[in-house]
Write a protein that binds this ligand. Sequence first.
Ligand SMILES: NC(=O)c1ccc[n+]([C@@H]2O[C@H](COP(=O)([O-])OP(=O)(O)OC[C@H]3O[C@@H](n4cnc5c(N)ncnc54)[C@H](OP(=O)(O)O)[C@@H]3O)[C@@H](O)[C@H]2O)c1
Length: 273
Amino acid sequence: MAVADWPRPSANAATGDRHAPARHAGRRQGETRMTERVVMIGGTSGIGLAVAQGQLAAGREVVVTGRDAAKLAAVVERLGAGASGEAVDARDEEAMHAFFAGLGAVDHVVVTVTGHSAAGAFRDLTADALRSAGEGKLIAQTIAAQAALKVLRADGSLTFVTAGSAGAARPGTAGLAAVNAAVEAMVPVLAVELAPARVNAVSPGIIDTPWWDWMDAETRQQTFENYARATPVGRVGRAEDVAEAIGYLIGAGFVSGVVLGVDGGSRHRPTAL
Ligand SMILES: NC(=O)c1ccc[n+]([C@@H]2O[C@H](COP(=O)([O-])OP(=O)(O)OC[C@H]3O[C@@H](n4cnc5c(N)ncnc54)[C@H](OP(=O)(O)O)[C@@H]3O)[C@@H](O)[C@H]2O)c1
């Protein structure tokens, strides 16, 4: 058959739009779902919340999680129709497995959870701080992904959120770099091991979210200004910038094993010859 005779790709049967979320019946016996469902592990603020908003706008159902039950309830109410949530700590293996088992079939999972403890000069980095950072990100993201696999659609997607520190060689970020690089290293392996599920990550630069609340306002402003000056696009990121990239990875059925930098080009600074 000549290329010209190949059949045309079919549009989404329900909407005629090839980029719209596929509509399908859920996998659980007796359950029929017509809308794709996205689970945000860490979805009550910052990047996760922006993803939830973007995915609702794209016509998907979202389930958000976080540890703070009151914050979660307020966010679910604010997100409105199509959103639900549960307060669960991603570091708690038993709780994460119970959460996903109770959910039933899901199509896409995005894992954003993290801690802050490994920031700061390497000389002052304590083993406890590094352990806690690993627990908050590498271990928590791994637990969440493993628990999700039991209910994730066979060809669904799993997206981790790492950080540009993994490859930035920025003094004061060795601990953060190590933890985030560990998650990034798993991505290509899992893309092969868990196929046909797609596994990707986004690796954000500095994004203006509540993640920075631990830092005093003046230092944060200085940090943001320094980053904006040193970054090709000339600003820090917004949660929506990262949500847009995650939305792309959720819908991009031929993309797997990718760590997508969402950092305004900060990995590519000008160098003098
Ligand atoms: N903001 C940045 O500049 C930046 C840069 C690079 C990478 N990142 C990465 O982007 C991801 C998202 O960060 P963000 O800026 O959106 O932070 P954020 O605004 O602090 O949001 C973090 C979300 O995760 C939840 N969470 C944290 N730990 C959790 C746990 N153990 N179990 C369940 N939920 C948990 C939080 O809710 P609760 O507190 O209620 O649990 C919240 O919903 C993180 O992995 C971070 O490392 C951020």
